[in-house]
Ligand binder design. Structure first.
Ligand SMILES: C[S@@+](CC[C@H](N)C(=O)[O-])C[C@H]1O[C@@H](n2cnc3c(N)ncnc32)[C@H](O)[C@@H]1O
Length: 300
């Protein structure tokens, strides 16, 4: 039986009960034990930035630098450097985070993406049953959906999560410039790898992943992780580019996204459904327009 949305309290003056919900939400990326928090409560950016988080099992500590909480396995490492595949590394560059909403994202319209406002509405329709719960915008980029989700007031908390430090910094910059003093609302910025989500199992009501599946190093590990963190009845909504037809095999005829990210994971629709089903998600549904697909699946 599907469970009710998670109980992160909507009030800004959080109770002890809501604090413990939040402690149970964030987990250590190494062992998945819930993190112990020292600092002001609340899934609010300023409160998270003033808190430190400890794992009592592996004695690791995590804290915020540059206004996002780094919950990657490599957080705080001084010597070890790991280079991820191009779909991840490309977006860590500062020029990508700078141009992303200033032209790059607009180009997606050529391939059937209806644009952020319409994509947001479509996602909100799929997320109806999760209203009042916690939403994680995985691979949020510069926050064009996370900010809309948080501003909608539909959720008790929104986590904007990305692996790219520069995308998170850009997101913070957009928040700072928001005339509605938006920083005080229920939105936090977390750096993490989609294949190692820093949330306890069955703690999240809704996961959104806009235009991201094709960038992930391992979509199967990512969807498995998303399934693990969703509560029973929780919803996963994603958008991506479908693979172009084999007739356009020459590089010059390939869509821009496939030329920029030639090693990206572009799938046919039945592959995406197969992936969701193999991770145990049900009630798959989708809408397709040219190369654009928005799909939804539910944790039973
Ligand atoms: C094309 S952008 C999508 C941004 C936004 N969600 C949108 O709809 O426009 C893809 C995002 O995936 C992120 N990404 C790539 N690899 C990732 C990983 N391993 N874990 C988390 N995010 C990742 C990138 O940093 C980038 O911000």
């Amino acid at each position: 039986m599907a469970m009710a949305p998670s109980s992160v309290n909507k009030q800004s003056s959080r109770t002890d009960e809501s604090q413990s919900s939040e402690i149970e939400l964030l987990s250590c990326p190494v062992c998945y034990e819930p993190l112990m928090r020292k600092g002001p409560p609340g899934l609010i950016l300023q409160a998270i930035c003033r808190s430190s988080f400890d794992c009592k099992k592996c004695y690791k500590s995590y804290s915020s630098e540059h206004n996002y909480l780094d919950l990657t396995v490599t957080a705080g490492l001084k010597k070890y450097v790991e280079v991820k595949p191009v779909g991840t590394e490309l977006f860590r560059r500062s020029f990508m985070s700078f141009i992303y909403e200033k032209g790059y994202r607009q180009y997606f319209r050529r391939y059937g993406f209806p644009g952020p406002d319409e994509e947001f509405k479509m996602a909100q329709d799929y997320f109806k049953s999760t209203e009042g719960g916690v939403l994680v915008d995985v691979s949020c980029g510069s926050g064009l959906f996370a900010i809309r989700f948080a501003k909608s007031g539909t959720y008790s908390g929104v986590v904007a999560l990305d692996f790219s430090e520069n995308m998170l910094l850009q997101c913070y910059d957009y928040l700072m410039r928001d005339p509605t003093n938006f920083l005080a609302t229920d939105l936090v910025l977390v750096r993490a790898d989609v294949s190692r989500l820093p949330f306890t199992s069955c703690s999240v009501d809704a996961v959104h992943a806009g235009a991201a599946l094709h960038c992930w190093p391992s979509p199967s590990n990512a969807v498995a992780e998303i399934t693990r963190v969703l509560r029973s009845g929780g919803i996963f909504v994603g958008t991506t580019f479908l693979r172009s037809s084999p007739s356009s095999t020459s590089w010059i005829f390939k869509p821009l996204n496939e030329r920029v990210l030639p090693s990206g994971n572009y799938f046919r629709e039945e592959e995406i459904e197969d992936l969701c089903t193999s991770c145990g998600l049900t009630n798959y549904s989708s809408k397709v327009d040219q190369s654009f697909i928005i799909f939804s699946a539910q944790k039973p």
